[in-house]
Design a protein around this ligand. Structure first.
Ligand code: FE
Ligand code: FE
Ligand code: ZN
Length: 277
């Protein structure tokens, strides 16, 4: 089964979002757990959440991706900023136990001058504080572009975080194609080599989801500027190889390209037509 979708908003509720995903040709989607700037999350409506779960089963959806606000910094130097990130993540995770059907994806953070080692330590500590043995949600570390002082631009950095987390059974990785290309992994030129490297360093069993984005910049640029599929440096053939790669089969693949809804529908269709089966 191929699970393809795009980033959507949950402003009209979870069921409405799933219906919108289906209308766009998707059978998965991504949503922000709260305002991406990190405000208070909206109270959950148990009826909406139950209807969401039923709808996903009825239409054989893949797992959704709940994205943490990108403004939190799980390795911040300032104690208040770090505490805010940890409280936000803990709150998101307790809500996801109710919402269900979702991975929890987050950006590992930026060490801003503390150094990558200190960043890795703090991110692991954050995870050790927020993960609970009984939780059902798998938390995904997103591969980053390595822009500025971002941690997670190298597979080794994600591995080092995972190694320091006690409840690492609850951890996985989400691979963002724009980010890894910008980070220096030539996903367009040699997908097999990139996946072999990922397997060697992290292990392919940790790879739980994909963000499909073209990049406005060439490999190694460390810019993190997403582009529409086929209009950037990765090109359509790269995505064709991804949707057909046996090692990536069954993973939720979500677009975060600069599009309005019709543009997303078009790209979902392009991806589906590429599937060779
Ligand atoms: Fe992200
Ligand atoms: Fe992403
Ligand atoms: Zn990005």
């Amino acid at each position: 089964m191929h699970y393809i979708g795009c980033h959507l908003t949950v402003s009209k509720g979870y069921l409405a979002m799933a219906k919108q995903a289906l209308e766009l040709g998707g059978n998965t989607a991504q949503y922000f757990t709260r305002n991406p700037r990190g405000g208070q999350a909206k109270e959950l409506d148990p009826e909406d959440v139950a209807a969401f779960g039923d709808f996903l089963k009825e239409h054989a959806f893949g797992t959704f991706i709940a994205h943490a606000p990108y403004t939190i910094n799980p390795c911040a130097a300032k104690p208040e900023t770090l505490e805010f990130a940890r409280n936000t993540m803990a709150d998101d995770l307790s809500r996801l136990e109710v919402i269900g059907c979702s991975y929890y994806n987050f950006h590992p953070g930026s060490h801003v001058g503390q150094g990558v080692e200190a960043g890795i330590e703090k991110i692991a500590e954050t995870l050790n504080l927020v993960l609970k043995p009984e939780q059902h949600t798998t938390v995904l570390l997103e591969t980053m572009a390595g822009k500025g002082s971002e941690v997670g631009g190298r597979f080794e950095e994600l591995r080092a975080i995972i190694d320091r987390v006690e409840l690492s059974d609850h951890l996985g990785v989400c691979m963002d194609t724009c980010h890894i290309s910008d980070g220096g992994y030539d996903v367009a030129g040699d997908l097999d080599a990139v996946l072999t490297e990922f397997d060697k360093v992290i292990g392919l069993d940790r790879l739980k989801a994909m963000h499909l984005n073209d990049s406005m910049n060439p490999v190694g640029a460390r810019k993190d500027r997403h582009q529409k599929l086929g209009q950037g440096y990765l090109g359509l053939d790269c995505f064709k190889r991804i949707v057909n790669h046996p090692a990536l089969k069954g993973l939720p693949m979500v677009l975060e390209t600069p599009n309005e809804l019709p543009g997303y529908a078009k790209e979902i269709k392009i991806l589906r037509e590429m599937i060779e089966e």
